[in-house]
Design a protein around this ligand. Structure first.
Ligand SMILES: [Zn+2]
Length: 380
């Protein structure tokens, strides 16, 4: 996406009023004036504008404080839609959301072994199906994709699993759909999703670690998504953690992904004759199978090594795991936590928490919706 965001609300005061309305369950014009320190006439004029743009609506009379009962305002949540896509798993997952981040429609397309141009065509098919659905204009398109991405340009430098290199996805989608498009790394969006809709409100900083076949982290610092120099913050999956590790798709030996990703867990379970597929591994762990639990705990330990380093580097209390490893329950979580505690400076970890996200598989889609709201309306 281009540097200048196409905000509907270019005016600072308009943005302030909209954010104040968004942050409250419902609010009167007088209370907005009190909270924003804008004058009543200014607030009334801005509210009239926002109602015309169908971003705000009147929801009924509130309790009287002595005189005339005030008219309450709320976000007109269903008047616009946010079109969000997660390209980071084995199927492309898309959804339409309203302005409150509630999913109103979904579409899932299995990717099979599509790569390159075929994978791009599948993205078009998914967006085509969703963009025409339902009433109200689409405010923007948010895409979470795996790999190295420049979010300012919507450029995918490299997404190995999808066979994309130097793909100007944002530009191509803007041209095709004539809408603002935001493309960001999926793990980064997961962190923004958690910060906006999950446990993130507990503080201004958090780390979300996404564990699938690959492993990546998203970092929110001071309420802002941190991309890092080169936009590759959180690329922890290719940190080497095991000298005896296998060859990784990046070329190195023993990357975190090769010992703690879901593919690695499954390979270890198969080699030990514990389980042939993921559901069987989950079942074996839940049933208390000692060998299955050892395999999972060992993977958790490797993750704990990297978590200790993240704690050392960032001093962040809230660390959240996301992905289907959550089906492995406490065995994985506790192993990672214990190892991280063992390796980090004790004074730094007394308040550190490690838990699974409660946003489930929608975490990237929710993050994409938060990004559109942030960039287009300035309300996240
Ligand atoms: Zn690697």
């Amino acid at each position: 996406m281009k540097k200048a965001t196409r905000q509907h609300t270019h005016n600072h005061n308009t943005q302030l009023v909209l954010k104040t309305i968004y942050d409250q369950p419902s609010i009167s014009r007088a209370d907005i004036a009190r909270l924003t320190r804008l004058t009543r006439p200014t607030v009334s004029a801005i509210v009239a504008e926002l109602m015309q743009e169908k971003l705000v609506l009147e929801t009924g009379l509130g309790p009287s404080a002595g005189g005339k009962p005030p008219m309450l305002l709320n976000i007109d949540a269903d008047a616009h839609r946010l079109l969000c896509v997660d390209l980071g798993s084995q199927e492309f997952r898309g959804a339409l959301l309203n302005l409150q981040g509630e999913i109103t429609r979904r579409a899932h397309f299995p990717t099979g072994d599509r790569r390159g141009e075929a994978a791009l065509q599948l993205v078009y098919e998914l967006l085509d199906e969703l963009v025409l659905d339902g009433p109200g204009p689409v405010l923007g398109i948010g895409i979470g994709a795996p790999g190295l991405i420049n979010p300012e340009e919507g450029l995918i430098h490299r997404a190995v699993n999808l066979g994309w290199e130097e793909l100007p996805l944002g530009e191509q989608l803007e041209e095709r759909y004539q809408l603002p498009v935001y493309v960001t790394n999926d793990s980064h969006l997961a962190a923004l999703g958690e910060y906006t809709y999950g446990e993130g409100r507990a503080g201004d900083n958090l780390i979300v670690i996404r564990i699938g076949q690959g492993i990546g982290a998203g970092i929110v610092l001071g309420g802002q998504l941190y991309h890092g120099d080169g936009f590759t913050a959180g690329e922890i999956g290719h940190v080497v953690v095991s000298d005896q590790g296998e060859r990784c798709r990046c070329g190195n030996l023993g990357c975190l992904e090769t010992v703690a990703g879901t593919r690695a867990l499954l390979a270890a379970a198969r080699a030990a004759g514990v389980a042939e597929d993921w559901p069987a591994l989950v079942e074996a762990v839940a049933a208390g199978d000692e060998r299955a639990r050892n395999i999972v705990a060992e993977a958790g330990c490797y993750l704990g090594v990297v978590i200790a380093n993240l704690i050392g580097a960032f001093s962040i209390y809230h660390i959240i795991l996301s992905g289907r490893v959550d089906q492995l329950g406490d065995v994985f979580l506790q192993a990672a936590y214990a190892e991280a505690m063992r390796r980090a400076l004790p004074a730094m970890v007394s308040r550190t928490t490690l838990e699974y996200s409660r946003l489930g598989r929608d975490i990237v889609i929710l993050g994409a919706s938060a990004l559109i709201l942030q960039q287009e309306l300035g309300i996240i």
